[in-house]
Design a protein around this ligand. Structure first.
Ligand code: USQ
Length: 406
């Protein structure tokens, strides 16, 4: 199949592009390289040394004989070019990762909020409008987030996107309805993914677009089967307070002797998935495309849930790291339970990789190898959700005044 991977230079986009190319698909990476620009803005870099996208594609060809095609294109700003590209290439599948994906970055300043909303909403809507206009019947697979559901404990499992409700009718009877699970985003970033859902619902019902929305948990790990094949195919790996996600951050912190930065009591429970399973899920979703006229297909793309303080305790035991409870820069529930239904991927054949399977050591090893590239002053998470919270997170666990970027 001919596949366009929008955002194919990113943390999950890159290994997905390799995975699908390895299976013999014709893969086109479309990216505006914004993630690399944001590194420059923040003054941080991936823990792992990343080559340019063109060099990565060249190495992939050398190693496997397969071609990855790279196109520099800004989905959010270059609508006409996007439309022309789709018209020329007519992909069978479009995988859409091309959004600003960090909650702390989206909450940094009003400028970052505006950028995140403008970029993410325009990227998604431009794609949908262009597919209708060019009359291309591609299966759109979007990387959404578990965070659209919010993290309040309701004492029931979170279903895969939809909820059956019974409403009282005006004549005193009842009627059944299926609705999108109510959204409760916890950041501007998560809000954009919640709004994406409405765009998808409209274009599926109005234009018969075939759309799958993957509500993904927190991705951990760094290598996949394909990125291991050559040093220069290595995936990016974020450790900083904005883009680093919790489990990978704890593993890196353990590797460099930095205390594990637990926000608040660490009572937050979150959903997780290893990067190898993440790319496998995309392959599985591709093989199970909706038909025109179907509702948007929603999968919960996660394999396990963990409480943050339990993760910290587990890693501390594994590595003898110190655990530190810090003021939480985010406005979020201090404690929550989380039970998630992921039956669809399991029934399609996903065999989950769990934390127990030795892959945590692999991340620690990668972090030790590249420890010299870490700027310790960029480890603390200082992007605060409100002005009040900002005052509590100004110093890092080692007592240094934190360098703020605005
Ligand atoms: N946390 C800590 N210490 C840290 C970093 C984070 O205690 O050093 C806590 C946060 O306060 C939060 C939880 O860990 O309660 C998760 O934070 P995170 O940064 O790992 O994840 P999040 O901001 O939710 O975003 C990440 C990805 C995003 C994806 C989302 C999936 O950046 O793209 O959509 O995970 S989910 O969390 O399921 O919504």
């Amino acid at each position: 199949m001919k596949i366009a991977v929008l955002g194919g230079d990113g943390f999950v986009g890159w290994p997905t592009s390799l995975h699908l190319s390895d299976q013999g698909h014709e893969v086109h990476v479309i990216d505006n390289l914004s993630r690399r620009w944001i590194d420059a803005e923040l003054g941080v870099q991936s823990l792992t040394p990343m080559d340019s996208i063109q060099e990565r594609c060249r190495i992939w060809h050398d190693v496997t004989g397969r071609r990855l095609h790279f196109h520099l294109l800004d989905l959010a700003k270059e609508y006409e070019r996007l439309k022309a590209w789709l018209d020329e290439h007519k992909p069978d599948v479009v995988i859409h990762f091309a959004e600003q994906r960090a909650a702390p970055y989206s909450m940094k300043t009003d400028r970052h909020k505006v950028y995140t909303v403008t970029n993410n909403m325009n990227a998604t809507h431009n794609l949908l409008a262009a597919l209708v206009e060019t009359d291309i019947d591609a299966h759109v697979i979007h990387l959404g987030t578990m965070g659209v559901y919010g993290y309040s404990s309701v004492g029931a499992a979170i279903p895969e996107g939809y909820l059956d409700v019974t409403v009282e009718t005006l004549d005193g009877g009842t009627a059944k309805q299926e609705i999108l699970y109510p959204t409760k985003p916890g950041s501007v970033y998560h809000m954009t993914k919640s709004m994406d859902q409405i765009l998808f619902q409209f274009y599926a019902q109005n234009d018969g677009l075939r759309i799958t929305d993957l509500h993904q948990g927190i991705v951990w790990g760094t290598h996949t089967e394909q990125t291991r094949r050559h040093d220069q195919l290595i995936n990016r790996f974020d450790y900083d307070g904005d883009y680093g996600t919790v489990l990978n951050r704890f593993l890196i912190q353990a590797a460099i002797g930095y205390p594990l930065t637990v926000h608040g009591t660490g009572g937050q429970t979150r959903a997780f998935i290893h990067i190898q399973d993440s790319v496998r899920c995309i392959e599985l979703a591709m093989g199970d495309a909706p038909k025109a006229g179907d509702r948007v297909r929603i999968f919960n793309q996660m394999t396990e849930t963990h409480r943050i303080r339990d993760l910290a305790a587990l890693i501390a035991k594994l590595t003898e790291a110190e655990v530190l409870n810090l003021p939480n820069p985010r406005k979020e529930a201090a404690e929550n339970d989380l039970v998630v239904d992921n039956a669809q991927f399991l029934s399609l054949g996903l065999n989950p990789t769990t934390l127990a399977e030795g892959l945590m050591e692999e991340v620690v090893d990668v972090a030790r190898k590249f420890a010299h590239r870490i700027d310790r002053s960029r480890v603390p998470a200082v992007s605060a959700w409100t002005r009040d919270l900002a005052e509590t997170v100004e110093r890092d666990p080692e007592g240094r005044k934190i360098r703020l970027v605005s």
